[in-house]
Design a binder for this molecule. Structure first.
Ligand code: URP
Ligand code: ZN
Ligand code: ZN
Ligand code: ZN
Length: 495
């Protein structure tokens, strides 16, 4: 990848708060200047962006590259997955370290760094999952926050006996997040109800992918979401609900935000771009391809509803939960839906799907698009304006975006390793024509020049001010205090 000076000329620079017609000059991996008619050193490469938008590279808040899960391993590894991300206009991914119960968080983190560092073609950072609770876990969370660049921890309320935490453990983990200045993330589904529901479906002879949704209806997600909101609030901990998949759960997040809670909701490309009617498809492989947790919802108005809430700030950011298993891997569950590895694609198509369903549809403008695909994530997870903004001094992660071009999503042309695509056949307005990662052109008009190891790990400090200003102020002014009274001097009943 060439890393000399690059001038992106004549485009409309779009940030989350405004758009301006400006040139952008990139040098040494950073944005060196933004302004009209920039004069730049001779020899700089000039890219004509007339008629195009120049936007901050996308930040995918939720991926699982090469995750070992449900007896197999996700096929998109950090190399292929980040290459595909760049082809779609995403320049940073936030992946998850998921230690087994009883295992060290720090060791799992180091292992994941060693796996990802040599392979990533774009920048990345890591959330760490808390899958069990002990004093050691609490100590390791602090080390991760203070020394290892991790300020977000995911707790599972589902996957009983595998990753799930009980309420008392959630409380301990949320409380620890608050102490160390981290953001508590939850996979919000009631794991006990899912386990019972799955048994019931199987006993009724429902073994296909439709059973996956039927055993965990919307209220199972909404109940857990409300429980997480309540537990987080009890210890004044900021909460981030990953993969909000249903109207019911989204309403809980919206109500919590309107009630003043520091809560963020993350819909994903799958939930915004498609729906759970596919689970009833007659072709088993087709139906199984959509299996993920929480499931897509069969109510076909769900994606549009989630997009409305994303547009009006009830929901805040977008990820993908990219966790891809090819058809032969999904077939581990051919006779029992509980054995279908959970996960779908999205890392390559998220930006186009959100443009199509969000901006082209008229639900949000180009600035809100940048907020929900990039800037808000950088603010919440504390690496703004290093990323998420086109400004002097920011990392040169920049996308030239053509709002008028269209492309049709297909597994035949995508860059991911997985052998199908849940958005197959979707025509999207909004196409990335060129992606710059860390100051180098990594993707241009269908051609990838990304190299493994080009990306860097992004350290994120705790106490993100975007999240914690309100939390800290509430701590100060909201402390309960005892009423000062004269001592009671009357009679006390003898017992
Ligand atoms: O189906 C999913 N979501 N697979 C990945 C694991 C998770 O819960 O995020
Ligand atoms: Zn999850
Ligand atoms: Zn279908
Ligand atoms: Zn996930």
């Amino acid at each position: 990848m060439a890393t000399g000076g690059i001038l992106i000329k004549g485009g409309k620079v779009v940030n989350e708060d405004c758009s301006t017609f400006s040139d952008v000059y990139i040098e040494n991996g950073k944005i060196a200047e933004v302004g009209p008619d920039l004069q730049v050193p001779a020899g700089a490469r000039v890219i004509d962006a007339t008629g195009k938008l120049v936007i901050p590279g996308g930040i995918d808040t939720h991926t699982h590259m090469e995750l070992a899960f449900m007896g197999t391993k996700a096929v998109d590894d950090f190399h292929i997955g980040t290459k595909a991300a760049l082809a779609g206009g995403t320049t940073t991914i936030l992946d998850f370290v998921i230690p087994q119960k009883g295992k060290s968080l720090l060791e799992a983190y180091e292992r994941w760094r060693n796996t990802a560092d040599p392979k990533v073609c774009c920048d990345y950072s890591l959330h760490v999952a808390v899958t069990w609770w002990s004093e050691q876990v609490g100590r390791e969370m602090e080390t991760l926050a203070k020394e290892k660049g991790v300020n977000s921890f995911k707790m599972f309320m589902a996957y009983k006996d595998v990753f799930m935490l009980a309420d008392a453990e959630l409380l301990a983990a949320f409380s620890r997040c608050r102490e160390i200045g981290a953001i508590a993330q939850v996979h919000a589904e009631n794991g006990d109800l899912i386990a019972e529901g799955a048994k019931k479906m199987l006993s009724m002879g429902i073994t296909g992918p439709e059973g996956h949704e039927l055993c965990r209806p919307e209220e199972v997600e909404a109940e857990a979401t409300q429980r997480a909101v309540t537990i987080a609030h009890s210890v004044n901990c900021p909460l981030y609900v990953v993969h909000v998949m249903s109207k019911s759960a989204a309403k809980v997040v919206a109500a919590a935000r309107r009630g003043g809670r520091v809560v963020f909701g993350e819909p994903i490309a799958a939930g915004l771009g498609t729906d759970g009617t596919h689970y009833w498809h007659k072709d088993w492989a087709h139906a199984a391809g959509f299996v993920m947790g929480p499931p897509l919802r069969p109510d076909p108005s769900t994606p549009g509803y989630l997009m409305d809430l994303l547009a009006n700030d009830d929901l805040s950011v977008t990820g993908t939960d990219n966790c891809t298993f090819s058809v032969c891997q999904k077939a581990l569950g051919k006779d029992d839906f509980t054995k279908i590895p959970n996960g779908v694609n999205g890392v390559e198509d998220r930006m186009s799907v959100i443009w199509e369903k969000g901006v082209h549809s008229g639900k949000m403008d180009e600035n809100r698009f940048v907020a929900v695909t990039s800037s808000n994530a950088a603010k919440i997870f504390n690496f703004y304006p290093q990323k998420g903004r086109i400004a002097k001094g920011s990392d040169a992660d920049v996308v030239v975006w053509d709002p008028r071009s269209t492309r049709t999503i297909s597994a035949r042309t995508h860059h991911q390793a997985v052998d199908y695509n849940i958005f197959e056949g979707m025509q999207c307005h909004g196409v990335p024509v060129l992606t710059v990662s860390r100051g180098a052109v990594a993707y241009e008009r269908g051609l990838l020049s990304a190299t493994p190891g080009h990306g860097r790990f992004i350290h994120r400090k705790p106490f993100s001010q975007f999240v914690y200003k309100r939390i800290e102020q509430r701590e100060q002014v909201g402390k309960p205090s005892a009423v000062v009274r004269e001592p009671y001097t009357g009679q006390v009943v003898s017992v």
